[in-house]
Design a protein around this ligand. Structure first.
Ligand code: SAH
Length: 379
């Protein structure tokens, strides 16, 4: 079946769902377009890399996975160099980050590489196959799980009480988000309806109290004072994900790195975006063939982790990579290369870490159990 045929079926499914329910929220729209097991974006599209719709940090340069490997070694040491631990990458895409990370671990810290039980958390069957092909060369057992609950079951069953080291790059931004808009009557959820021709558009839901927003915070006060037209985004799915992950970390010990674009503070604004072939597209066009995502509210996720008895801290990606030795590693990598290759390495470093590229927009959230102090996030 072609991508266009998958997209047509997906649009029909969404139209039928709207006809039955009257309207759907943005979270359901995202979940359907991205996550549908047969026809969703990740089930069929070839999203990553130069030829795909967007390019992610591990696809830019092997340096990214190598630096993450250094962090994994630091986490393993902070946990007391356990003889067995679970190393999980969630949302691994083509498997590039795990590939670079496993290669670097084997070279830089063989004992850590041997102790690692590799688990991939992935919902897309097509991408699971891609990951399996890519990682076969490491010649080690690999386990796939669907979600944090399944990861918990795996740890309990196979490696009772083994600590967990967890990585996810650009996973949170695809988890569904709900949007709310202020009017003179108060806050309304932004809901989605179809017109007679099937075209989708936003309509305001009934006025309501904003969910998941502790009332006594500065941001809750800013929401009460906001002018009509203001929009905020709340993601129960992201908060539930971080909550489940934090519970695993608190129960088994461990540390997690969640890397994504977004803000360290709560904010206003509509950040839902569609990207196809490296360009922004209209959110309601190209359903199922463009990547839908939104900015991550890291402040909300830090609060969710802390509420589950974990440490949480975040910093911009550029700062993290530089503190972890990106420039030194790039120097080594370029040492025996020709001029063109060295220029490419410099360009890649700038793309990953420069403030006007990915360095400031992307943030790195570290969550760890209360006894594990993780560089470079240590107080
Ligand atoms: N980390 C990769 C890919 C990011 S794209 C990179 O940086 O290149 C998002 C990835 O998350 C895809 O592999 C997608 O199939 C997966 N995914 C989407 N929803 C998921 C969920 N709920 N749980 C686990 N993986 C998910």
């Amino acid at each position: 079946m072609s991508n266009a045929e998958h997209a047509a079926i997906l649009q029909q499914k969404i139209a039928q769902r709207i006809a039955r329910a009257g309207s759907i929220d943005t979270a359901e729209f995202m979940a359907m377009t991205m996550g549908d097991k047969q026809h969703g974006y990740y089930a069929n599209a070839e999203p990553f890399g130069q030829k795909g719709d967007f390019i992610t940090a591990p696809e830019i340069s092997q340096l990214f996975g190598e630096i993450i490997a250094l962090w994994v070694i630091a986490a393993w040491q902070a946990l007391g160099c356990p003889a067995a631990f679970v190393l999980c990458e969630a949302g691994p895409g083509r498997g590039t980050l795990s590939d670079d990370m496993l290669r670097s671990l084997a070279k830089a810290a063989p004992a850590c590489a041997r102790a690692a039980n590799m688990v991939l958390m992935e919902t897309s069957p097509a991408l699971r196959r891609r990951q399996q092909e890519k990682l076969a060369k490491h010649d080690r057992p690999l386990t796939w799980v669907e979600d944090c609950a399944a990861l918990g079951t795996y740890i309990k069953g196979r490696l009772s009480q083994a600590p967990l080291i967890f990585i996810a790059n650009e996973l949170l931004d695809v988890l569904p988000v709900r949007q709310y808009q202020k009017s003179a009557q108060g806050w309304h959820e932004r809901r989605i309806k179809a017109d007679k021709t099937g075209r989708l558009h936003f309509v305001p839901g009934r006025p309501q109290i904003l969910p998941l927003l502790p009332p006594d915070t500065a941001f809750a006060r800013a929401c009460r004072a906001a002018k009509p037209g203001a929009i905020i985004e709340i993601s129960p799915a992201r908060q539930a994900f971080v909550q489940a992950l934090s519970r695993l970390l608190a129960a088994n010990r461990g540390a997690a790195l969640l890397i994504d674009y977004g803000s360290l503070e709560h904010g206003f604004g509509d950040t839902l975006q569609a990207v196809a072939k490296h360009r922004f597209a209209a959110v309601f066009e190209n359903i199922g063939t463009s990547d839908l995502s939104s900015h991550v509210d890291f402040a909300a996720l830090m609060a969710a982790a802390q509420a589950e008895n974990c440490r949480a801290a975040a910093m911009p990606q550029g700062e993290f990579l530089l503190q972890m030795g990106l420039l030194e590693r790039a120097g080594w990598l370029g040492a025996d290369k020709d001029e063109a290759c060295r220029r490419q390495i410099i360009a890649d470093v700038e793309r990953l870490a420069a403030p006007d590229q990915m360095g400031e927009l992307f943030k790195i959230l570290c969550i760890a159990d209360l006894d594990t102090i993780m560089p470079p996030f240590a107080p």
